[in-house]
Design a protein around this ligand. Structure first.
Ligand code: ADP
Length: 723
């Protein structure tokens, strides 16, 4: 404070002296023998008579007053009090100027001028009015506040500067009765703008004995605004507390609940009241209690604590909480702890699951022998598997393979080709699937691969692709040797088919040409028997018989061989054949045998086929003949002929209930001249099934038998739909 001649003291609302200037210090020492210091109260300085009058004046005028108190016979104490405002327009403290004046000087013109100056320059708006209404005088602050000049203001009534309402009426009425008023009213500026103000008005009698009103007005817009903000904040905090989905609470220093919101009660699985009677400890599982108590203790020492803990509600539900605890300060002393607890049970279990999934995913991709890589739009690798980084790039861990582009590990030409291809895949969104590609690994080793690139987008429409490259070098090698083998096989088959043809040719010629000498033998044997029968003894006749029999058998074999070699040799016309008619014809040829054996024949639906009719007829004929021939003596033969349509071929079945075939012979019976019975038992040469197989082979189908020995057999054969 500037050292001016007038002693000035600053006091607070409780009259405590809070600051002073040097003049005031001297003044107090000289006049009252007191040194101003900490917590010195005005009451202790002023003589008791002056004090009570001062206090009355001060309180009645809201700290704005000027008065002269009788100090001694010759001296008076002149005190002028005015409030000091802070930036928000609130009264911060009061400024007192105190002076000892001789009784004579009390109303000296110098004093009045000084006072006028002070009032004029006060930051309070000060009005001097006639209690009936019109304004007599105003200071500068009043003009500034209401936007009028001092001249304009003079003569205005209170209604011009105060909003007329019931509050104003009440205030004026009260003031007229009590002689003073302190009220919050609405001021009206010249512009018409209204503002809240605190009005302090007191009626006094001037030296001329006229009633006057001294009114001070403080613009409290700022204060009101602050109050509103404070109120809003309070409400916002209250709502934040009440409606917070997280648990919000406070504890005393022992951890007992002082307050908690509904979410906290829900977490605790009980009522707020019940929790208010307890501490938090029983809600923490035993294993976590020591740790949580340590955190709590630290918070009570002033540290903000954030931690995760397990939690058990009073109904036993376990949860995981994310807790933040803060110390509560009152007058700079910690009196408790408040905090927020978030239920992160789901999040934790999801994180756990994610981690497990990630580990599993990692394990899977790392154990896959294919190279797997993911690149982003900038062609940088953002994920690689063990096979890629180790076997292809030759680096020790995934980290070293990340952020690289093909240009960094391949030669320029190969890298460019890859980058272009990647861009195409990412831009078009069309994947590359199993493209054969030759790559070279970090050692320069050549690998045949099957490359797949699948585009995808992630986050903010960023693009990327997942690549999988499978090493098929081994398969390629095998393919190559298989091809070679195939070629060799084909050559061999060609040779074989050539020699088969030659063999067939030979068999045909042989059997054809053998017939003539055989006929000669048999006819000469017949001549021998006819001409010399009476001259030959019994033994010689027997020899002739055996020779003849052998010749007949030989003829049969030759005929069979001829027939076998003819299958497929002579091409027949391919015609549409109704199989039901064909089978009926075959059965007609077998009529005698069927009647003799009283055989039951059942025929299913049979299709129409386009094949060479004579071959098909022979096929059915041989199989039906066998089914009749190898019937069981113990039962009447039952023969079933049926067909089954498959996707690419027809399957036929000729089933009988005959003697059946032992498993070990089921393949052998299709070989030429292979039979399982003596001629004396069942006639035949063992050519029938061999011919069947040759016919079916010729059609491009298969033939096989299924049988239960002693119960019956099923002969199956297939004919492709197109051949
Ligand atoms: P063959 O009838 O002249 O002996 P096949 O080639 O027709 O010649 O038959 C070969 C052998 O298969 C026969 O000797 C017989 O043992 C057996 N076989 C063929 N068909 C049947 C059948 N339906 N039931 C039981 N055995 C059969």
């Amino acid at each position: 404070m500037k050292n001016i001649a007038i002693p000035v003291l600053k006091i607070d609302g409780n009259f405590e002296i809070i600051s002073w200037n040097t003049s005031a210090e001297d003044f107090l020492k000289v006049t009252f023998k007191k040194s101003p210091g900490a917590q010195l109260n005005l009451k202790e300085i002023l003589p008791s008579g002056i004090w009570s009058e001062f206090q009355y004046n001060f309180e009645a005028n809201g700290g704005v007053f000027h008065n002269i108190f009788t100090f001694s016979k010759t001296k008076n104490l002149e005190i002028f009090s005015s409030p000091c405002l802070d930036d928000g327009g609130n009264i911060k403290n009061y400024s007192l100027s105190i002076k000892v004046v001789s009784s004579r000087d009390t109303t000296s013109s110098e004093n009045i001028i000084q006072l006028k100056n002070i009032l004029e320059n006060s930051s309070l708006a000060i009005f001097l009015t006639d209690p009936s209404g019109p304004i007599i005088g105003v200071n500068k602050a009043a003009c500034r506040m209401f936007g009028y000049s001092a001249k304009e203001m003079t003569g205005l009534h209170r209604e011009h500067i105060m909003q007329k309402n019931i509050n104003l009426d009440n205030a004026v009425e009260h003031r007229n009765k009590a002689g003073e008023l302190r009220s919050e009213l609405i001021g009206v500026r010249k512009s018409g703008e209204t503002f809240p103000c605190e009005v302090h008005s007191v009626i006094y009698t001037n030296n001329e004995g006229e009633k006057r009103t001294s009114t001070t007005i403080i613009d409290i817009s700022e204060r009101k605004k602050q109050e509103l903000i404070a109120e809003n904040n309070k409400q916002a905090f209250q709502s934040l507390f009440e409606y917070n989905p997280d648990a919000v609470y406070s504890f005393d220093l022992q951890g007992n609940f002082l307050s908690l919101n509904e979410s906290a009660a829900r977490l605790g699985e009980t009522s707020r009241e019940k929790l208010m009677e307890m501490s938090f400890l029983p809600l923490i599982p035993k294993d976590d209690q020591v740790r949580v108590m340590e955190y709590f203790a630290k918070a009570t020492l002033g540290e903000v604590q954030r931690y995760q803990t397990n939690f058990i509600g009073l109904k036993g539900t376990r949860k995981v909480l994310d807790v933040t605890n803060f110390p509560i300060y009152v007058n700079k002393k910690i009196v408790g702890v408040y905090g927020i607890a978030k239920n992160i049970t789901q999040q934790v279990s999801m994180e756990q699951k994610l981690l497990e999934d990630r580990n599993m995913f990692r394990a899977i991709i790392d154990y896959i022998p294919d190279h797997i890589f993911v690149v982003n739009e900038k062609h940088e690798t953002i994920l690689t598997n063990h096979s890629f980084y180790k076997n292809y790039l030759g680096v020790e861990d995934e980290q070293k393979s990340l952020g690289l582009t093909a240009a960094e590990f391949l030669d320029k030409e190969e890298a460019n080709e890859i980058l272009e291809d990647n861009t195409r895949v990412m831009d078009s969104g069309t994947p590359v699937l199993n493209r054969e590609k030759i790559i070279h690994n970090f050692n320069g080793e050549k690998q045949y691969t099957l490359l797949t690139k699948v585009p995808f987008s992630f986050g903010d429409n960023k693009k990327g692709l997942v690549g999988i490259s499978r090493n098929i070098s081994e398969i390629k090698e095998k393919e190559k040797s298989l091809e070679e083998l195939n070629q060799a096989l084909k050559e061999h088959a060609d040779e074989l088919s050539l020699s088969n043809k030659e063999l067939e040719q030979f068999a045909y010629i042989a059997s054809h040409d053998l017939q003539e000498p055989l006929i000669m033998i048999t006819s000469f044997l017949a001549q021998l028997k006819k001409k010399y029968e009476h001259e030959l003894d019994e033994k010689a006749q027997q020899y002739i018989y055996f020779a003849n029999d052998g010749a007949i058998r030989m003829r049969q074999i030759i005929l069979d061989l001829l027939e076998y070699s003819r299958v497929g040799r002579i091409p027949h016309k391919v015609t549409a054949i109704n199989l039901e008619h064909l089978v009926a014809e075959v059965l007609l040829l077998q009529k005698r045998s069927i009647t003799e054996k009283n055989a039951g024949i059942e025929i299913g639906t049979l299709p129409e086929l386009k094949v060479e009719e004579p071959l098909l007829k022979q096929l059915f004929s041989n199989l039906i003949e066998n089914a009749l021939k190898y019937s069981s003596k113990e039962r009447t033969p039952e023969i079933n002929i049926s067909s089954l349509e498959k996707e690419k071929h027809w399957e036929f079945e000729i089933r009988d209930n005959g003697i059946g075939i032992e498993e070990e012979f089921r393949e052998q019976i299709f070989i030429i001249f292979q039979r399982l019975h003596q001629r004396s038992e069942y006639k035949g040469t063992g050519i029938g099934l061999a011919i069947c197989k040759k016919i079916v082979d010729n059609f491009g189908g298969d033939i096989w038998v299924d049988s239960t020995f002693g119960k019956g057999s099923s002969f199956y054969f297939t004919i492709p739909k197109q051949f």
